[in-house]
Every structure is written in C-alpha cells, then in structure tokens.
Design a protein around this ligand. Structure first.
Ligand code: AMP
Length: 190
C-alpha cells in the first residue's frame, strides 16, 4: 500500500521564530498566518542577514521587516536602534503606526519624522530617547546636520520602497545618511 504524504501545513509566526510578545500582538490583530513575503523573509532577518525583498504593497511587507526588526533591536537605549527610510510622509506615518502596533507588548518607542512637521515636536521625542525612527530622507538629513539625530547606535537600517526613493531623486541624501551609520549594521532593502 502506498501513502500520499500530507501537504505541508502552512508555517505559523511561531515557526518562523517570533517571540511571545510579538505573537500576542499579532493574535490581537487577528493575523492568522504569515504571508509569503513574511514566511520567506522573517527567518533571514531574525538570523541577522542583510535581506533584499521584492514585494508589492499589500503583500504584508511592512510586517515582514518590522516584526523581526522589533525582536532583534536593543530597546530602551538613549538613541535609535533602528532607522527605516521611506519616500513619503504618508508612508512614514503608516509604517510608524504598524511598528507601534506590532511592538505594543514590548514597550518599544517609535517616532515618524518627516518634512512639514515642526522640528520642536520631533526634537522633544528624540531627546527622550526613541528605539525606532521612521523618516523621509530629507528630514532625516536635516536632523543629522543639526546634530539632533544621532545614528551611531543604529543596528538595523531598512530602505522601504527604495526604488521609489531613487526615482524621487533621494540618492544623494541616502548616501549621506548611510555614511552616518555604523558599518556593522544589518541592512534590509524592500
Ligand atoms: P503591507 O503590504 O505591509 O502594506 O500590508 C498590507 C495589509 O495587510 C496591512 O493592512 C496589514 O495590516 C495586513 N497584514 C500584513 N500581514 C498580515 C497577515 N499575516 N495576516 C493578515 N493581515 C496582514
């Protein structure tokens, strides 16, 4: 008699290596199983690899980099441990909200910084210490030049919609920002 093997059951977020605090947050959000980009990407990011992910909007790419990032980075330090660069202020707000939701059980602090918003408000939060900064390149560079954004403690850099940032003419800004980061950081490009 021959037996047909059961098709592989889909992997769970726990199978991918995410810890209990993130699992609890995901459960609260009603995420039942990882999307393909999450299934593929999360283990590599957790392992500390640099990752290049190709995925369209709506495929769950924000969680694919944010979840393992939140698990890996140092929390509660005096300066940011993660920098996420995005092309637009809308995306900065959206990604910061997602990071905040996913990090709800680990008291992670997240700050979006983008042009058009007052420096004063951004400065006050930066001075208190923030774990994750989600920034548009122009405003990040403004803060770096004013000495109000210190990137020497950054452990992880994410370039979200990197192609869009290049199309928008941010290449020089990105070079200038990246040159401020420790060479030992992990880099994720989506
Ligand atoms: P994104 O591609 O990152 O813009 O995500 C698209 C939408 O899918 C967002 O509203 C997420 O909250 C949602 N989402 C991401 N991952 C999952 C998942 N594994 N299960 C259910 N919803 C998800």
């Amino acid at each position: 008699m021959t037996t047909t093997p059961e098709p592989d059951a889909p992997r769970t977020f726990a199978d991918l290596g995410l810890g209990p605090q993130l699992l609890k947050a995901l459960d609260g959000l009603g995420y039942e199983e990882p999307t393909p980009i999450q299934d593929l990407g999360i283990p590599h990011v957790l392992a500390g690899s640099d990752v290049l992910g190709l995925a369209a909007t709506g495929t769950g790419k924000t969680a694919a980099f944010t979840l393992p990032m939140l698990q890996r980075i140092t929390k509660g330090g005096p300066a940011p441990s993660a920098l996420i660069l995005v092309p637009t202020r809308e995306l900065a707000v959206q990604v910061a909200q997602a990071a905040h939701r996913y990090g709800k059980e680990m008291s992670v602090t997240v700050l979006p910084i983008y042009g058009g918003q007052s420096f004063g408000q951004q400065l006050r939060v930066l001075r208190r210490g923030v774990d994750v900064v989600v920034a548009t390149p122009g405003r990040a560079l403004d803060h770096i030049r004013r000495g109000t954004l210190d990137l020497v403690t950054v452990e992880m850099l994410v370039l979200d919609e990197a192609d869009e940032m290049l199309d928008m003419g941010f290449a020089e800004d990105l070079d200038a920002i990246v040159s401020e980061l420790p060479e030992t950081r992990q880099t994720l490009l989506f």
